[in-house]
Design a protein around this ligand. Structure first.
Ligand code: LLP
Length: 416
């Protein structure tokens, strides 16, 4: 979909302003068609018959969205008992859920084992812990291929400077623990990091992973990880990772491996962002426009409690204006768009050129569907926003209520 999303029909039968009036501002608006089309692109990216796409639900675990993702035939990977619970709520069966854990307690691991979910551990000691809890069981391990990729150092999840995975040099120790607890290694996985647009690093790590895979005769699957990039800059020529091209390279690799291994195992990829990011626009309202020491600030209700990415990773999100002022005025100006949190770092977009903005205009932050609502908080006592879905029919339905003040205080216990 091209600029502007409202003209492209993203908001179905309602105007952005009507949506904020009905569901409160800010509000996350998802588009069913966009979500389904990303799922379909992923499903058809490779031809190998046992290539499974696991949606990494950490990007967005709204159960109504998961229902759609499930309908499209994607399985899921999860990171915690909470995510197992959410996936089950959306109708996922245990054998469609892959639990990839990192530094978890016995209690958390036991939850996954009892839920019947395949578990991947990411250290030797966690493999021992798994063995103690489930001797004779089936397990997967996460390997660290020794190099990573990602849009920011904070989201590079493999390589020598990260906490993730078991070093590929430690295969003999892995084998010893497997033997000690009579465990069968059914899966190998990795995840090099989040958001790459160039397939080379990914393929390099796939190569490393498959070299290790040859060491284990009982594998049911090998999971290459996620990280498939989209471009947050909508004017860019490269909009997203070229899935077909990556799929073609993976096909060659998967067929070749199956032949060498002697049977066709399952291969997986676990994208999160690619599935949901572009399916959502976060709508907010301009409350103030002011000039401070020569700099023009557009003060909105989208604080970093609502969308953390710009503050946490300096992430860029395209901003569109939907107010009637924005439509009529052709004038552009350079402004800094900020939220309503009491920190000076609460900046959504710095020195951005936008059509002249007026108070009460509605702004839309694009590509907010991944790592948006799931990373929101009640900081400053603010209420987390509603989430709504624009169905293919154009109708809009509520898929998460906006917090109420009662929600905000629900778990607090006053002193007697
Ligand atoms: N698998 C594992 C084991 C992961 O840790 C992640 C993301 C994924 C898959 C999915 O990665 P994706 O396809 O979404 O790139 N909050 C950050 C991103 C953190 C990603 C963490 N792990 C952001 O907003 O950019």
């Amino acid at each position: 979909m091209e600029h502007n999303l409202r003209e492209a029909g993203f908001f179905g039968n309602m105007e952005p302003q009507q949506i904020t009036e009905k569901y409160g501002s800010p509000v996350y608006v998802y588009n069913e068609e966009t979500l389904r089309s990303r799922c379909r692109e992923l499903k058809s990216m490779a031809e190998y018959p046992h290539f499974v796409i696991d949606y990494s639900i950490k990007a967005n675990f709204n159960p109504a969205l998961l229902q759609i993702v499930k309908e499209e035939g994607l399985e899921v990977d999860v990171m915690s008992p909470g995510e197992i619970y959410l996936a089950k709520m959306a109708g996922y069966e245990a054998d469609e859920i892959f639990y990839i854990c990192n530094n978890v307690s016995e209690e958390e691991m036991r939850y996954a084992i009892e839920a019947g979910v395949t578990t991947s551990v990411d250290s030797l000691s966690q493999l021992e812990q798994y063995g103690r809890l489930n001797p004779g069981g089936k397990v997967a391990i996460r390997l660290n291929p020794g190099h990573g990729a990602g849009h920011h150092q904070k989201v590079v999840t493999a390589g020598k400077k990260t906490k993730f995975g078991i070093d590929v040099e430690m295969i003999s120790e892995v084998k010893a623990i497997l033997a000690r607890y009579n465990l069968t290694l059914v899966g190998l996985n990795q995840h090099i990091g989040s958001l790459f647009l160039d397939k080379e690093q990914y393929l390099k790590s796939v190569d490393t992973l498959l070299n290790c895979a040859k060491e284990f005769p009982d594998l049911e699957f090998v999971d290459f990880g996620g990280g498939f990039g989209i471009s947050y800059y909508k004017e860019d020529k490269v909009q997203r990772l070229d899935l077909k091209d990556l799929g073609k390279s993976l096909d060659e690799i998967m067929y070749r491996f199956a032949e060498e291994y002697g049977r066709e195992i399952i291969f997986r990829a676990e994208p999160g962002r690619y599935v949901t990011a572009e399916s959502s626009v976060l709508l907010g309202t301009v409350n103030t426009v002011k000039t401070n020491h020569g700099k023009k600030y557009v003060g909105t209700d989208i604080g970093f409690n609502v969308l953390m990415r710009p503050v946490l990773y300096d992430s860029y999100h395209e901003i569109e204006l939907y107010g009637k002022h924005a439509e009529t005025s052709g004038v552009k100006e350079t402004v800094t768009v900020v939220g309503n949190i009491c920190e000076s770092g609460d900046i959504l977009a710095e020195d951005r050129e936008l059509p002249a903005v007026k108070e009460k205009d509605i702004i839309g932050v694009r590509d907010a569907g991944a790592y948006g609502h799931v990373m929101s908080s009640n900081y400053n006592g603010r209420l987390r926003p509603a989430e709504v879905l624009v169905k293919n029919s154009g109708e809009i339905c509520l898929i998460r209520k906006r917090d109420t003040l009662e929600d905000l205080v629900r778990n607090y216990v006053l002193l007697p």
